[in-house]
Each structure stands twice: as C-alpha cells, then as structure tokens.
Design a protein around this ligand. Structure first.
Ligand code: FES
Length: 118
C-alpha cells in the first residue's frame, strides 16, 4: 500500500470515528463570567479567545510571565512548548497558561480577568 493511500484511509477512518476536524471547533467556557467561544486545537486558548473578541489577562504570550495563569476545571489541553512556566504541583492542581495551551477537547477554565473586548 502506498503512503498516500494509507494517509487517505487514515483520514477516512478518523472521520468515521468522529475525530475533530476543522469544521467542528471545540468550545471553551470561562468561569465566572460565563463567556464562551469556539476554539481550534491548533490555536492557543488565548489566541482563540482574542479571535472571538474576548480579552484574557496576558503579557509575554510565550509561557514565561504567568500573567495569564488560569485554572482548568474540565477538559484536556496540550502545551505548545516543552516547559511552560508552571511547577509540577501547579499542573497537578489544574493550573494552566492559556497563551501556550491548546484545547484538545471542550474546556471549562477559571479566568477571573476575562472580559469581552469593546
Ligand atoms: S502571557 Fe505570559 S505566561 Fe501567558
């Protein structure tokens, strides 16, 4: 079987199994504001929020300053960088950095500073 054929079959199987694609974005809900927006797994939570007109606290946008520190209530994320500025204990306690965290499922996060952009 050619490589191209294997890839084509993989894509078909992925769709049949309901895996996310570009046409079905994930949802991110922010507490306590109740703001909600669509997000793509390839985008950071911060980027997706900005695209939806929602401002989250941020500064460096590269996972070092911790200005965006938020808490994950539910869902799964993947970090873009190997060493985001969180301790192992903080990760275990559910803290996340939305500027470098990409959603891998629908999410609920606690980000008290979130607000709709004017
Ligand atoms: S904006 Fe600096 S760590 Fe997220």
């Amino acid at each position: 079987m050619s490589e191209a054929m294997g890839e084509a079959m993989g894509e078909t199987m992925g769709e049949a199994m309901g895996e996310p694609d570009g046409a079905s974005p994930l949802r991110v809900r922010i507490a306590p504001s109740g703001l909600e927006f669509a997000a793509d797994p390839a985008q950071s939570i911060l980027e997706a929020a900005l695209r939806a007109g929602i401002r989250l606290p941020s500064s460096c946008r590269n996972g070092t300053c911790r200005a965006c520190l938020s808490r994950l209530v539910s869902g799964t994320i993947r970090y873009r960088i190997e060493w985001p500025g969180l301790s192992a204990d903080e990760k275990e306690d559910g803290y996340l950095l939305p500027c470098v965290a990409c959603p891998q499922s629908d999410l609920e996060i606690v980000a008290p500073g979130a607000q709709r952009q004017d």
